[in-house]
Design a protein around this ligand. Structure first.
Ligand SMILES: O=C(O)C(=O)C[C@H](O)[C@H](O)COP(=O)(O)O
Length: 211
């Protein structure tokens, strides 16, 4: 089946912060701190009980921040994420069932891929923007670079093992729109409410890829 994927999520910021929210009261201050540093996008992983409420609060209180849901592995989670107000969807891998569920929402979505055949399967469906996961473990930027020649139409958000040090290698590739990573929201800073630290990390991230 062929689907048309709403695109553009890769072009909001050089980095999509991937966050795990344990305490729902940290969600809005965290997203606000990221935005203060120039990063107006955040992927809240559905790995905690607080995730859906966190998405709901960010969507309601910070309309200028593009809030998405990550770690989606089932159609039921896709439905819950949309109900909470997620504006984009991210999955670590891609199955036909999950892809259909994400496509049916009409929202932008980034399905996870880590092989040439998975990228081809996405392109066959009309999906051109994907998450390359787990980026470092699956071959890193040399792997993505090797795909550029045969598969130039696919665009990626590499995620998994990305740091401020290796991010520029990915961002230099023509097929990489942005990278994803958890380093902008250190657990210590979030639990102690050190939003200055988060804003500093976001400011640094927002300038990645600029030359
Ligand atoms: O849960 C998901 O769907 C994920 O996206 C897993 C991510 O790769 C990490 O949450 C971010 O990876 P690190 O930046 O290496 O911490």
């Amino acid at each position: 089946m062929t689907s048309t994927q709403p695109t553009g999520v890769l072009d909001v910021s050089p980095v999509i912060p991937v966050v795990v929210i344990e305490d729902v009261d940290t969600a809005v201050p965290l997203a606000r701190a990221l935005a203060s540093g120039g990063v107006r996008i955040v992927e809240v992983t559905l790995r905690s009980d607080a995730a859906l409420t966190a998405i709901e609060r960010i969507a309601t209180e910070l309309p200028d921040v593009l809030v998405g849901a990550g770690t989606l592995t089932t159609p039921a989670q896709v439905k819950d994420a949309v109900g909470a107000g997620a504006r984009f969807l991210v999955s670590p891998g891609s199955t036909p069932t999950l892809l259909d569920a994400m496509a049916d929402t009409g929202l932008p979505y980034l399905p996870g891929v880590s092989t040439a055949s998975e990228v081809l399967a996405m392109l066959e469906r009309g999906v051109t923007e994907m998450k390359f996961f787990p980026a470092e473990a699956a071959g890193g930027h040399p792997f993505l670079k090797a795909l550029t020649g045969p598969l130039p139409r696919a665009r990626f958000c590499p995620t998994g093992g990305i740091t401020p040090l290796n991010a520029p290698n990915y961002l230099a590739l023509p097929t990489v729109g942005c990278v994803g990573g958890s380093w902008l929201s250190p657990a210590d800073a979030v639990s102690t409410g050190d939003w200055t630290c988060v804003t500093q990390l976001a400011t640094q991230a927002a300038s990645l890829g600029l030359t």
